[in-house]
Design a protein around this ligand. Structure first.
Ligand code: PEP
Length: 248
């Protein structure tokens, strides 16, 4: 099973979220058989997207963040039970933007992962190195350090581990070359594949490179940003992944 998902980050309204979810539900899911889709809207749209997806669309719903405590005086935060109550089945954690701008250290990421797993949700755990670490050839030690720390004391079996090199994500990201990723996925596969649900790749994925990225040994899915911010874009990548499954 390939895992192919998207986070919409801080984009969209209730109306656009509803429209997106309706397009997914209305599409022919046989195009992506063998693929587990997941979508991660902003928290404001979770319950509406849950309503549109229903319970048996086969498309998993996730939150972009959750606090490690269940409740309390944490102004502006949402807990894992709260995002679950709004319909989330997954929680994204460890994204480089959270680490860079919101103080999500390795310790914070570990606390969040523990809470997500304790509540029976699935973490989509992101790891990724900055450009200078990549240039210095220290990618593997950096990302395995992040993943080991995030998974400390946790049953990792439900985790979707997303490798997202910081230099490859977002509008200033550089599309990675195959060789850039082969070593990293080799190491991630050896270390985690038997323990987690899937090890996937994210960073400037688009319809032109999706199939080639899936060819990299150890890549078990894709985590897509910009190219899947429209339902049409996401559906196209799901169809490419479905076609990849049929060919293999
Ligand atoms: C991301 O930021 O996690 C991401 C994968 O973004 P993009 O696909 O836009 O590079």
């Amino acid at each position: 099973m390939l895992w192919v998902g998207t986070s919409w980050k801080m984009n969209g309204t209730l109306a656009s979220a509803r429209d997106y979810a309706e397009k997914l539900v209305g599409a022919d899911a046989s195009q992506w058989s063998g693929v587990q889709p997941f979508i991660i809207p902003p928290a404001t749209a979770l319950s509406e997207v849950r309503r549109v997806l229903g319970e048996d669309s086969g498309i998993l719903l996730g939150a972009q963040n959750a606090h490690w405590e269940d409740s309390g005086a944490w102004t502006g935060e949402l807990s894992v039970p709260q995002v679950a109550d709004a319909g989330a089945e997954l929680v994204e954690v460890g994204h480089s933007e959270r680490r860079q701008y919101f103080g999500d250290t390795d310790e914070v990421v570990n606390r969040k992962v523990r809470s997500i797993v304790a509540h029976g949700l699935r973490p989509v755990l992101c790891v990724g190195e900055p450009g200078e670490v990549f240039e210095e050839g220290r990618t593997v030690e950096f990302i395995t350090g992040q993943a080991d720390s995030a998974l400390e004391g946790v049953d990792p079996s439900g985790v979707v581990l997303a490798y997202e090199p910081i230099w490859a994500i977002g509008e200033h990201g550089r599309e990675p070359r195959r060789d850039d990723l082969v070593r990293a996925f080799d190491a991630l596969h050896d270390r985690y594949a038997d323990h987690v649900t899937a090890v996937i790749y994210g960073g400037s994925v688009n319809r032109g490179n999706a199939s080639g990225l899936l060819e990299i040994p150890g890549v078990e899915g894709l985590f897509v940003g910009r190219a899947a911010w429209s339902a049409e874009g996401y559906l196209e990548i799901l169809a490419i992944a479905g076609e990849w499954v049929r060919r293999h």
